[in-house]
Design a protein. Structure first.
Length: 243
């Protein structure tokens, strides 16, 4: 997503410059043509490479933070994970899950973002309970179900982004949950379902341990914090209400 955003931003400036400096008779064909002709190689050769540097730096930052303190890394990653998803930067981190499991038999990064789905569920449930508009309720219900299955985009774009206070409280709740998982030493041992249905993937093959208990606690805390916050802030949108 980051390369796309940067390329479109650069292309918009190229378009404006060409539109301003080319004769009006040439606008219909040559402005779009030259915009594409200039922006495409820039995107492939320059902008895409810059975006990869950003993504690689993010991966190294996450690894360094976990090496320093998993709890602090959980607070950071849990809070900002949804923002990374919005910009596509989360794909710089997701491959690390598989690398860790292949090398060590478990992954310590994925548990730090587990509480995000529970936080989204809590926020969406709070909005559903507070809003009085049927159309808003019709959005909240499928968003809640999607978050239960670990797919947070409907909650993020349909419910949270139009409500800044709810969105921020949801992100912070996810971060607190991530910190709990990090301090508990939670680990992912296998890949499976996302969201609450994926809990069995975090059970140690030797049996339930403190890490798994901490992970469950992280989800419960994130859900309750997000729900309570949403009950305070979730009645109105920051934009015009849909009736």
């Amino acid at each position: 997503m980051i390369p796309i955003i940067l390329i479109v931003w650069v292309a918009s400036h190229i378009y404006k410059w060409l539109n301003k400096n080319l004769p009006a008779i040439l606008w219909a064909f040559f402005v779009p043509f030259f915009t594409l002709l200039i922006a495409a190689p820039l995107g492939l050769i320059v902008i895409g490479q810059i975006a990869m540097v950003i993504q690689d730096s993010l991966s190294k930052l996450v690894i360094a933070m976990i090496g320093l303190n998993a709890g602090i890394a959980g607070l950071f990653l849990g809070t900002f994970w949804s923002i990374l998803v919005m910009f596509g930067l989360h794909w710089a981190i997701i491959p690390l899950f598989a690398i860790d499991i292949a090398q060590h038999g478990y992954d310590v990064i994925n548990p730090l973002i587990f509480a995000g789905a529970l936080a989204s569920m809590g926020s969406v449930l709070g909005v559903f309970l507070r809003t009085k508009y049927p159309k808003e309720r019709s959005i909240a219900i499928p968003a809640f179900i999607s978050s239960f299955f670990g797919i947070n985009e409907p909650s993020l774009y349909g419910v949270l982004i139009p409500r800044k206070k709810v969105m921020i409280s949801s992100f912070l709740s996810a971060g607190i949950g991530g910190a709990i998982a990090g301090f508990s030493g939670s680990k992912l041992y296998a890949f499976g379902a996302s969201g609450p249905l994926g809990l069995p993937c975090f059970i140690n093959p030797k049996g339930i341990d403190f890490g798994f208990i901490g992970l469950c606690l992280s989800g419960i805390v994130a859900f309750l914090l997000a729900l309570i916050s949403s009950m305070f802030f979730g009645a109105k949108k920051d934009v015009k209400d849909i009736k």
